[in-house]
Design a protein around this ligand. Structure first.
Ligand code: IPE
Ligand code: IPE
Ligand code: MG
Length: 241
């Protein structure tokens, strides 16, 4: 495989937002916006793969989204079920590895099974790692890691003095995945909404007014171009004088 140019972000994370407003503007039910959002998912996965991005994380459902009306949650789970069933063969043939982060215990059991099968099937693929954040919340993930570290310390498996940033990161759902270089959020909202809180310490943010169902390859490319113009200093002095 050809190496991406050095300034292509290795990891792009996306908050796919605005499906409901997209539908409302058109006098359609919210679910219609979510349905159209699946097209944008397909297009973004292809754009990421073609651009040499190695990791793409899509925020599909947050821990807070369980508070939505029961029928909307059921419809979103239905779309997720259909997506996993219908796309996995093509993802696999394109060399995409699927990983899911988040609190699976809350997901319907048949979806958990689909996730496990899909992860197992694609585990050896290396063109792009597609990470779906489902029932995911940054604070939940951090609290979960802290609890597991504390338990290991109680059992004498970890020395509390040895718990540093690397040890902590290794206990997160994203263990082994580099931090996102670029975050894209659609729909004009400019907040993080409990996404990848630990991992986004030095991520570049790109906000676009378009709502998720209208997001396309060109928008993805524009975000990558903007990323290349950013000067990532990590607290040091300016490097692009
Ligand atoms: C994003 O669109 C999809 C999910 C959060 C599941 P929204 O459903 O949040 O749409 P808006 O923000 O209400 O327009
Ligand atoms: C964030 O969008 C979660 C997902 C895109 C899955 P929300 O629509 O839930 O976020 P808020 O409520 O506007 O912050
Ligand atoms: Mg929203």
């Amino acid at each position: 495989m050809t190496q991406p140019p050095s300034e292509t972000p290795a990891h792009v994370a996306v908050i796919m937002d605005g499906n409901g407003r997209w539908a409302k503007e058109r006098g359609l039910p919210r679910i219609e916006g979510h349905r159209r959002g699946v097209r944008a998912v397909r297009e973004t996965v292809t754009a990421a793969r073609e651009s040499g991005v190695r990791y793409l994380t899509l925020f599909g459902f947050s821990t807070e989204n369980w508070r939505r009306p029961e029928d909307e949650v059921a419809e979103l789970m239905g779309l997720l079920r259909r997506y996993l069933k219908s796309e996995i063969a093509e993802l696999h043939s394109n060399g995409v590895q699927l990983r899911v982060i988040g609190n699976r215990e809350k997901l319907p059991t048949d979806i958990v099974k689909l996730i496990e099968d899909s992860e197992g099937w694609t585990a050896e693929n290396h063109s792009l790692t597609l990470i779906l954040a489902l029932s995911y919340g940054g604070r939940h993930e951090i609290a979960d890691a802290a609890r597991r570290i504390a338990k290991s310390a109680t059992l004498g498996l970890i020395n509390p003095d040895a718990v540093d940033e690397d040890v902590f990161a290794a206990h997160l759902d994203t263990a082994g995945i580099p931090d996102p270089d670029l975050l894209i959020r659609t729909s004009g909202e400019t907040r993080i909404s409990n996404f990848l809180l630990w991992q986004m310490a030095y991520t570049e943010f790109f906000f676009i007014d378009k709502k998720w169902p209208d997001f396309c390859k060109d928008d993805f490319q524009n975000a990558l171009s903007e990323f290349k113009r950013r000067d990532r200093r990590y607290g040091a002095s300016a490097s692009k004088a």
